[in-house]
Every structure is written in C-alpha cells, then in structure tokens.
Design a protein around this ligand. Sequence first.
Ligand code: FES
Length: 137
Amino acid sequence: MSGASREIAYLRVEHEESEDESLLVAPIGATLRDVLLANGVSPYTAITDRLNCGGRGLCATCGVRFTGNKPVESATAEAEEDGSEDSHVPRPEHWHDELAARFGFPRLSCQTEVEEDMDVRIPEKIVWGSRRPDEGD
Ligand code: FES
C-alpha cells in the first residue's frame, strides 16, 4: 500500500432499537457525534437529545459501541501489509471515554475522532442513556 493519507472514512451505523442501518461518509478528523447528528442519526434518546452536555464529555448520553474488532494501530498496520481496509475500534483519548472502554460501557461519540472506517452500533437506551456494560454480544 502506498501509505497515502485518506481524506474520508466510511461509517456503517446500525441502530439496535430500530435495526436500521446507514452508511455515512465522514471527513477524517471529524468528531463522530457531529457526523452522526449532521446525517440525522442521533446517538441520544428523545430526552437527552435536548439535555446533553453539548459534546463536552460530561453527560455520557452520546454512547455508541464499536463493532470492529481491531484497535486502530493493528488495523492500520495490517492494512498496510495486506491492503485490506478493516474497520477499527478507536483508542480512547478522553478520561471519561477511557473509563467507558475499560469497563465495557458505551463509548462517547463526542470524544471520538474519525480516523479510519468504523462499524458503529447505537445501543438501545433507557431514558438517559445506556448504562449497561457490554454483555459480550
Ligand atoms: S454529549 Fe455529553 S458526553 Fe458526549
């Protein structure tokens, strides 16, 4: 692979509740929450759509799951080796998102930068936001 940098990434987004699926195109470097909202795909519930922290990493209502199976370093290295374009699980950069990742809770879409193609699942949420850790599904 040439190693040329990409300017866009493809996001496959599935809604656990409605079972809808969307394919979105996002500029590299965009915030996942912003990309979702700009495309009419809300990570929030009806209530938290209005009552959220505005992307400051405080309320944890913008949670999503990443269903890719490779951390970003691994996906990038393998893609360079074999030319494949795997979706990846972004590395947490924000303290709150790091805790979510460590304990298996949904990741904060407002604290996730689009760096590569991603498979994203918006979990079914109860009023405020999903608080259940990943049950290995
Ligand atoms: S919008 Fe509040 S934590 Fe993401």
